[in-house]
Design a protein around this ligand. Structure first.
Ligand SMILES: *[C@@H]1O[C@H](CO)[C@@H](O)[C@H](O)[C@H]1NC(C)=O
Ligand SMILES: *[C@@H]1O[C@H](CO)[C@@H](O)[C@H](O)[C@H]1NC(C)=O
Ligand SMILES: *[C@@H]1O[C@H](CO)[C@@H](O)[C@H](O)[C@H]1NC(C)=O
Ligand SMILES: *[C@@H]1O[C@H](CO)[C@@H](O)[C@H](O)[C@H]1NC(C)=O
Length: 559
């Protein structure tokens, strides 16, 4: 009974899912989601939130490697909606990516069905609404891709799995927050931090969010789905063994706490092996990673949840572990993650059989983020261009052969000048040769934290240092066992380098995961075209795809 309640509370069940097997094909999972407004009081005062099937956060999309997902989304909001699948690679299928550059929004009062496949992936991810600042109101939830039974994961099966979404939270309505940004100003600091949409009071009367049987080991899948703050995650009197990181199996080390940057996910094993108490506090605290002294001294905000050992009751110890305050600690932690070369991932071949360090780099792209007031309004830019979404999604404009009416390719250069003169506002689209091996260097010239996500791909994070990048920095790259992941932090006044092969045809969003920065232009799109218009390289335009803008009434090109 209690366990069932906990299940509901943590929204582990995608309630309206069913399974159908199709012969000779990978299994299909069908979901129906209703997206509505609702009221919740996560910080004590009622406010409007976005629910998925009545839940805040939404249900976990639970699946297994290679499952086909058919997800019918009903938009009951009063504004358009798009959902993206953060970290799911959607191979050959940017049609379903749920960003304004790939899809027309789902109009209010209508439904649209997403089709995509969990191709060759395992791991912990999440979905969220991409339009406006809707994410500030919810509409997000976890995505789990389980390993197929035939492919063992490098650890024993845990007793149970829990999804833990941690996020900073504003008590203001998402439309009011959007108005602040539209008026040219930035957002203030958030009002609190939540764990699965709640925070415990710590008065000894809190209901537990998670239950553990004494002696048993549990898997916690943790994602920071927040707006801007890096969160330090820890569990009182328990160590965490890191076993998965955005689809990769890392070397399994123990951590007392993990800094989870916005957009990142980790899975850890925790054993209920403490004898002192039966209740323990899970904590997520803001890290205030800014070089700006004003922000550095800002108060630490902490969200809490209670873990209870089965059979126990009573208050946790009042001695709560503090979050680290050192920034270098955070940099060192990211750099400490190592790929387990002998572990397998979604396919039976071991991770280390892909020797990324031996591939010749075909192109180096340096991306520098800056912030400036343009016509008295705050704008964020990559290499001097602050992205704006045209009404016609970029992917559709390209596919229908009218790209030249909507955007220009490559208005930024691969090697921006040391001082970026002036920010311009335009759709920011670059193209990259299909299957080329590319080095991308992010250089953060701001005094705030950055966290970049690339849709459609995972990449190797090979280097991260203070200052300015130069080619001789390649000597310090990890070319052997860097972890492959989909989101990477770029610390204030640091650079971060990643390597990857652009082998997934489509139009893919490279974006800041910080909602305010992204909304104000800190993103771009990467177009990968295949010269052979073949089905194996990219699916043709789905017949159910919504059309809008200047392609709305154009005849659909023949595949
Ligand atoms: C998720 O799916 C896996 C594989 O089908 C299944 O074993 C597991 O019980 C599911 N978990 C939940 C919470 O539904
Ligand atoms: C909308 O939902 C109905 C009923 O569930 C379904 O039959 C229809 O295919 C959906 N429409 C779209 C565009 O997905
Ligand atoms: C790496 O993976 C192998 C193979 O699954 C496993 O036996 C080993 O324990 C893992 N090592 C670490 C340090 O995680
Ligand atoms: C990129 O776009 C330009 C302009 O359309 C084109 O000339 C070039 O061939 C494209 N390159 C790739 C790699 O697609």
């Amino acid at each position: 009974m209690k366990i069932q309640l906990v299940f509901l509370l943590t929204s582990l069940l995608a309630l309206s899912s069913s399974v159908m097997l199709v012969h000779g094909e990978d299994p299909y999972l069908f979901f129906t989601w209703k997206v509505t407004y609702g009221t919740a009081s996560p910080l004590g005062h009622p406010q409007q939130v976005i629910l998925v099937n009545g839940l805040f956060p939404g249900p976990v999309l639970n699946s297994t490697t290679n499952n086909n997902i058919v997800l019918n989304v009903f938009n009951h909001l009063d504004e358009p909606l798009l959902l993206t699948w953060n970290g799911v690679q959607e191979r050959r299928n940017s049609w379903a990516d749920g960003t304004p550059g790939t899809q027309c929004p789902i109009p209010p009062g209508t439904n649209y069905t997403y089709h995509f496949q969990m191709k060759d992936q395992i791991g912990s991810y999440y979905y969220y609404p991409t339009l406006g600042l809707q994410r500030a109101a919810g509409g997000f939830g976890g995505i789990t891709i389980n390993s197929r039974p035939l492919i063992p994961v490098p650890y024993d099966r845990p007793e149970e799995e829990y999804t833990v979404l941690i996020f900073d939270w504003y008590t203001q309505n998402h439309k009011d927050l959007q108005k602040i940004l539209d008026s040219g100003k930035g957002l203030d600091r958030p009002n609190g931090v939540l764990i699965n949409g709640k925070t415990a009071k710590g008065d000894g009367k809190d209901k537990p969010m998670f239950m553990m049987k004494p002696g048993k080991t549990y898997k916690y899948r943790i994602c920071n789905v927040g707006m801007r703050e890096t969160l330090n995650f820890r569990i009182q009197d328990h160590r965490m063994k890191l076993v998965e990181l955005e689809g990769s199996h890392p070397m399994q080390n123990f951590y007392d706490s993990l800094d989870v940057h916005v957009g990142q996910c980790y899975a850890v094993l925790v054993t209920a092996d403490n004898k002192e108490h039966t209740d323990y506090v899970m904590l997520a605290s803001t890290r205030n990673i800014h070089t700006n002294p004003h922000d550095k001294d800002a108060a630490v905000l902490t969200g809490k949840a209670i873990i209870r050992y089965v059979g126990g009751h009573g208050a946790p110890s009042p001695k709560l572990p503090p979050a680290p305050t050192d920034i270098q600690w955070s940099v060192d932690q990211v750099r400490s993650f190592r790929w387990n070369l002998s572990a397998n991932a979604a396919r039976p071949n071991i991770q280390g059989s892909y020797k990324y360090g031996q591939i010749q780099i075909a192109r180096t792209i340096k991306l520098v983020n800056t912030v400036e007031k343009v016509k008295n309004k705050l704008r964020y830019a990559i290499n001097g261009v602050s992205h704006v979404d045209p009404e016609t999604p970029l992917k559709l404009a390209e596919y229908f052969g009218v790209a030249n009416k909507v955007f220009k390719y490559n208005i930024i250069t691969d090697n921006p000048p040391a001082k970026i003169a002036k920010i311009i506002e335009a759709p920011n689209v670059i193209n990259i040769t299909y299957r080329s091996f590319v080095e991308i260097v992010f250089e953060n010239h701001e005094d705030t934290m950055q966290s970049f996500n690339l849709d459609g791909y995972a990449f190797f994070v090979v280097g991260m240092e203070p200052g300015v990048w130069s080619p001789d920095k390649r000597k310090s790259y990890n070319l052997v066992d860097a972890v492959s992941r989909h989101t990477v932090p770029v610390f204030p006044n640091h650079w971060t380098a990643i390597l990857l092969t652009f082998d997934n045809v489509g139009m893919w969003n490279l974006r800041s995961e910080m909602a305010e920065h992204r909304y104000l232009g800190l993103q771009l799109y990467i177009s990968i075209l295949s010269d052979s218009a073949q089905f194996r390289d990219e699916y043709s335009l789905p017949e159910w795809q919504l059309l809008c803008g200047i392609v709305k009434n154009l005849p659909r090109p023949k595949p």
